[in-house]
Design a protein around this ligand. Structure first.
Ligand code: CIR
Length: 256
């Protein structure tokens, strides 16, 4: 059975590192949105483990950035933002029971939001949060697990998965101008609607494609292509520069 790990929204979430529009998220609303996201994952058949929040780390709900799951191996990252590095140990304490652990070590930095695993390829964004050394360390671990790694320079957005999102059926939704699209020539590429920059996010599950309610035009494009789109409201997660992938870690077959 596919599994997911989520981390609760901390009471300090209104002090999370701000997104591009600088708006502070509302903690109570973020908690409601997070729990309705969790319900969607459960109803898609995922066994969800919810980790406790740690108020010392306002961004800890963004659990994706702390670990990369490669089959039976969990690579604990070293997040690019120094104030987020302490999030990793709380996640390691829980995942140590389920995976063989590997670690990204200094001077490397990697955020899980820069890592996109599609079949046996690990695409690694080179961003303000993930450096070349991080790519090299992750690529070596990935090779040992039977994957191939590909570096992808990322511009104008926080992470690789802020600009490139798998939506299932070998299709990626790309924000124009963020990556060299020829890297993804093996995939069908759909462009996000221009007016929905920073508003669209997606997470393919076994029976539906979760998307953001604030991106109706991109949702319509995907619906026309036959995707089982289910928009949900995550305005407060987006306010802190997050999206639908970054608030979970998913292992096994989930629809990705
Ligand atoms: C940060 O700047 O680190 C957080 N406020 C947002 C992290 C979002 N993570 C992700 O998309 N994987």
């Amino acid at each position: 059975m596919a599994k997911a790990w989520l981390r609760s929204v901390p009471g300090t979430f209104d002090r999370a590192i701000a997104g591009p529009n600088g708006r502070r998220p509302d903690v109570a609303v973020a908690r409601q949105q997070h729990s309705s996201y969790r319900e969607r994952l459960v109803s898609s058949g995922l066994a969800v483990t919810l980790l406790a929040a740690d108020d010392r780390f306002p961004d800890c709900v963004f659990i994706e950035d702390t670990a990369v799951l490669l089959g039976d191996v969990c690579v604990l990252t070293r997040p690019g933002a120094p104030e987020r590095r302490g999030e990793v140990e709380g996640v390691a304490d829980v995942l140590i029971g389920a995976f063989e652990l590997a670690r990204i070590t200094e001077p490397a930095v990697v955020d899980g939001g820069d890592v996109m695993v599609l079949d046996d390829v690990v695409f690694v964004g080179l961003s303000h949060r993930t450096n070349e050394t991080g790519y090299e360390q992750l690529a070596a671990i990935a090779r040992g697990c039977g994957y191939r790694a590909v570096p992808v320079p990322v511009e104008r957005v926080l992470h690789l998965k802020s600009g490139v999102l798998p939506v299932g059926d070998s299709t990626l939704v790309v924000t124009p101008g963020t990556v060299d699209e020829t890297t993804f020539s093996a995939f069908r590429i759909v462009h996000e609607d221009e007016d929905e920059r920073d508003l669209f996010s997606a997470l393919p599950l076994s029976d539906r494609l979760l998307t953001t309610a604030g991106a109706p035009r991109t949702n319509e494009i995907l619906e026309e292509l036959g995707f089982p789109v289910e928009p949900i409201e995550i305005s407060e997660i987006l306010a802190a520069d997050g999206g639908l992938t970054c608030i979970s870690l998913i292992s096994g077959e989930s629809g990705r």
